[in-house]
Structure formats: structure tokens, C-alpha cells
Design a protein around this ligand. Structure first.
Ligand code: UN1
Length: 509
């Protein structure tokens, strides 16, 4: 397409983004130094002001002040804000989904799915607001009660990534709010408009139910803005999603001030395919997990560990499916692979492929750039590369659609290969052999935070705890008892007897 046509398309997309923001009731900020781009054309949608460090500090101050009141509002009453947010998200699902497509480049169904994930976690948080259970334990002393109570923690700083620009915010914010915390959000500088939309929907939800809108603050900009959340003692919990490199910088700083960290860092997710696997089902699952979202999920399947007896037919099915994947404008119906987020993502993919080939890898298919909307948009065909060993580049997370294929003969070797990378987020096994499936889920099986049988590595439901081990950072978000990270626990002993017996039978008279 010519440059003029691409420029015209960018202007059209810019208009759509502005209209959506208006429809969502977001106040359009004056122009500033922060560019909001669309990966669809690589063009500029608009600009907005970046938050100055002093303004970030002030936002943390407002959140800290709001916390003083919010912590004493009963949890089921706090849930009203989240309920209203869920209503607004439901009413504006299509528009917010489209904004996610415009800004992050996700195909329509995935973008709307992301908004659904927000609604799901809101519903979870509403129920949770009546289930922030403490325990009562038997006291060893007569006339005593021993119990635990959970209290709000304080200000939660949320640093989120471009690839789930709205759902990961909702995971944190819906739960933090019912837990009685207030939130300061630093979204990816690549996705400022979706952040603006979510912020304004949440503030509106708060106003609609008569709650303090200051419970949520938005700060926009690059790492220097995020650094304010890292260093500020008033931020009790920092929940950060991003690269292992980011986690390495952030975690020691938060630990040095005895703050808490909840880390969702890189994944390098693997799937084992055994000889008894249903190959048709496995290949469908693999294509979604490896090529979906253009390989830009932290749960994307990056390593396939296939038994030598079935690797041939499996690869033929995958190559065939990859050959039919439509790559292009994510706004178009039926599109399955949208663009990479920007040029540096493309450069990283190219250099990973070069490294893989120089390490003895053999390209099965894909990897080439596709010209959809000109030089500034980075569309690629998802790649499959057979690797002789799991060394070098295979051990790194490259945020692009590259699937490395390794083979095995012995099941223990498959598990050793699977666990033989630094990251530990998500994993899967495809098998009809119950022994293999159970072993994969056992203590000496997958070492990941998420381990699945006969489904892919990505696309987790919100009901389970989400997160991973090793370099992934150990954090757990969204469902199950992840809420505990957002609260502090107090152990209480109450003496309702006239005596003062000491624990451990100590006599002190
Ligand atoms: C992420 O990529 O940061 O399990 C989150 C999934 C989604 C969440 C991914 N529910 O793929």
C-alpha cells in the first residue's frame, strides 16, 4: 500500500480512537510528549502529556490519603465500585476491545476476550469481597481465642505491559480495591490510550456508587515514572508485569525498603507431545498458543518437545496450519495474526532467528516480514524452527511468534528438557497416557506455575492463580487465594478468662 493510503488509514484509526475515548467518557488530554501509536500502521494516533516525577509523587500521595478512608469501608460495600466497573465494561465491551486492537494490535476476538477477562475478574472480586476469610485456631490456653484477620495493605503500585494492556490492570485493580487498597497504575508507555479509558471508567464507577474516585490514580510515561512507584515507601505492594530484566532492577529496590513485590516476568513456555497424543487436537492447541497474539503473550508457547516417533507428522500438520494463517490488519474479520508491537520487537525476532540458525537450527516455515501497511508496521509470518539442542537462544524469551522444536525418546529426558530453562510460567503436555499426564503434574514433573494437560499454555481462566516460578518471579495474581498478596495478616490472641496462663507452659511468678 502506498504511503498516502497508509497515512490516510492512520488518520482514520486516530479518529476512531478519539471517538472511542469520547464514547467511554474519557477526558482527552492536551497534546504532550508521549506518543500513542498504532502497530496497525505504525502511525501516530495522538500525543499526550507524560506524568512528571513530581506529579507521580503527588498521585501516590493522593492514593495514600484515599487509603485512610477506603480501608475502613466494609469490603462488600467496596465491591460496589467493582460491580459498577463490570457493568460499564459490559456496556462498552466492543469499544474498549476495539481500542485494544488499535493500540496493541490484537485481533478483534482476542481484544474482546481481554475485556471479557476484565469482567470475569470483577465478578470474582465481587464474590471475594464476602470471602476474605481469616481462620480461628484452637488455642493451647483455656479461655483464649486465637485467630487471624486480614487487613488492607495500603497503596498498590501496578506496572503493566503492552500485551495485556487492560486485563492485567483489572486483575490487580479489582482485587486490590475489594481488599481495601488504593491503586496507582503505570501502564506500558506503548498503550497510554487504553489506560486512559480504563482509568476514566473506574473513576466514573466510583462516582456512580458514591465512592472516593481518588482510590485510583494513573501515571503515564516511561521507566523514570515507574521508578517513583519502586522507590516510594508509601507503595506497600508493587505488582509488576514485564521482562526478567525489569524484575531484576525492580525487585531488589523494593526489597531494600522492605516493600512487597508481586512479579509476573518472562515465560519460556514448553509443551511435550507424546506418542499417544491426539495430534489433531494438539496441533490446533499449539497453533493458538504459539502463533496467537502474534506470539506476544507471556504464556505464548515457545518450545515444543515432541517424541521422535511423532515429530514428523506433527510438524507436517503444523506447517500446513501455519501456511494458512491469515496475517494482516487485526481490524479485519477473520484475521488471526496481527502486527508485532513495534520495530524493536521485529528486530528482536530477526536476531533470534539468526541466532537459532547459526546454532544449527533448521527453519521449518515462517519468519518473513509481510507488507500489510507499509514500512512502519511490522507484520510477520509465525516461524517454526527445529533445534538440535536447547542451548543459546532457546533459553531466552523472545516476544515474537517463534516456536522452537526439540525431540526426545525418553520421557524423563522430555521433562528434563522442559524444565531446563530459567523461566517457569506455563507448560503443557499432550498425551492420552494417564501415567505421563499425572507425572507431568507431580512434584518431579513440570516446574511451572501453570501446568496443563491436553490444552495449550496460553489462555488461562481467571479462577486459578496466575503466575510462575524461577525467573518468572514467583508472583500469583487473579483467582484462587491470590488476594492474600494484597492484604496484611494479623494474628490475634484474645484472653476471655480471669487468669493469665502463658504459652509453652512457662511459669513467671
Ligand atoms: C500475559 O500475557 O501477560 O493466560 C497474561 C493467558 C491470559 C493472560 C496472559 N489469560 O494467556
Amino acid at each position: 500500500m502506498t504511503n498516502t493510503l497508509n497515512d490516510r488509514l492512520t488518520r482514520d484509526l486516530s479518529g476512531r480512537a478519539t471517538n472511542i475515548l469520547r464514547a467511554l467518557g474519557a477526558e482527552l488530554p492536551p497534546p504532550g510528549e508521549l506518543p500513542a501509536r498504532t502497530p496497525i500502521t505504525g502511525g501516530l494516533l495522538t500525543t499526550l502529556p507524560a506524568t512528571m516525577p513530581a506529579d507521580a509523587d503527588a498521585a501516590i500521595g493522593r492514593a495514600a490519603e484515599a487509603f485512610r478512608g477506603w480501608r475502613t469501608v466494609p469490603a462488600p460495600v467496596r465491591a460496589a465500585v467493582v460491580r459498577r466497573l463490570a457493568e460499564l465494561l459490559t456496556a462498552h465491551k466492543t469499544e474498549l476491545g476495539e481500542l485494544v486492537t488499535l493500540e496493541a494490535g490484537k485481533i478483534g476476538p482476542e481484544a474482546v476476550g481481554e475485556v471479557q477477562e476484565m469482567i470475569d475478574v470483577c465478578e470474582f472480586a465481587i464474590g471475594l469481597s464476602r470471602q476474605l476469610y481469616g481462620r480461628t485456631m484452637p488455642s493451647e490456653r483455656p479461655g483464649h481465642r486465637l485467630m487471624e484477620t486480614w487487613h488492607p495493605l495500603g497503596v498498590v503500585g501496578v506496572i503493566s505491559a503492552f500485551n495485556f494492556p487492560v486485563a492485567v490492570w483489572a486483575w490487580n485493580t479489582a482485587i486490590a480495591l475489594v481488599c481495601g487498597d488504593t491503586v496507582v497504575w503505570k501502564p506500558s508507555e506503548t498503550t497510554p490510550l487504553t489506560a486512559l479509558a480504563c482509568h476514566s471508567l473506574l473513576r466514573r464507577a466510583a462516582v456512580d456508587v458514591g465512592a472516593d474516585p481518588e482510590v485510583h490514580q494513573l501515571i503515564q510515561g516511561g521507566a523514570e515514572v515507574g521508578a517513583r512507584l519502586v522507590d516510594d515507601e508509601r507503595v506497600a505492594l508493587l505488582s509488576a508485569t514485564g521482562s526478567v530484566r525489569m524484575g531484576r532492577t525492580v525487585a531488589p529496590k523494593v526489597a531494600a525498603r522492605f516493600g512487597r513485590c508481586l512479579l509476573e516476568l518472562g515465560g519460556n513456555n514448553g509443551a511435550i507431545v507424546t506418542p499417544t497424543a491426539d495430534l489433531e487436537l494438539a496441533s490446533r492447541a499449539i497453533v493458538f498458543a504459539a502463533a496467537g497474539t502474534a506470539g506476544q503473550r507471556c504464556t505464548t508457547l515457545r518450545r515444543l518437545i515432541a517424541h521422535a516417533d511423532i515429530v514428523g507428522p506433527l510438524l507436517r500438520q503444523l506447517e500446513n496450519a501455519y501456511g494458512q494463517l491469515p496475517v494482516g490488519n487485526p481490524l479485519h474479520e477473520g484475521m488471526l495474526v496481527g502486527p508485532l508491537i513495534n520495530e524493536s520487537a521485529y528486530t528482536a525476532m530477526r536476531s533470534a532467528l539468526d541466532r537459532a540458525l547459526s546454532d544449527g537450527g533448521e527453519l521449518v516455515c515462517g519468519g518473513e516480514r509481510v507488507d500489510v501497511h507499509g514500512d512502519n508496521a511490522f507484520y510477520v509470518r509465525p516461524a517454526i524452527v527445529r533445534m538440535p539442542t536447547q542451548t543459546g537462544v532457546v533459553r531466552d524469551e523472545t516476544f515474537a511468534p517463534i516456536l522452537y522444536v526439540l525431540t526426545y525418546r525418553d520421557f524423563d529426558h522430555a521433562i528434563a528438557l522442559h524444565n531446563g530453562v530459567p523461566q517457569g510460567l506455563s507448560s503443557a503436555i499432550f498425551t492420552a497416557d494417564q501415567r505421563e499426564a499425572e507425572r507431568f503434574l507431580a512434584a518431579d514433573g513440570s516446574d511451572c506455575g501453570i501446568a496443563n494437560v491436553n490444552i495449550g499454555t496460553s489462555g488461562a481462566e481467571i479462577g486459578g492463580a496466575f503466575g510462575g516460578e524461577k525467573h518468572t518471579g514467583g508472583g500469583r495474581e487473579s483467582g484462587s487465594d491470590s488476594w492474600k498478596a494484597y492484604m496484611r495478616r494479623a494474628t490475634n490472641t484474645v484472653n476471655y478468662s480471669p487468669d493469665l496462663p502463658l504459652a509453652q507452659g512457662i511459669k513467671f511468678t
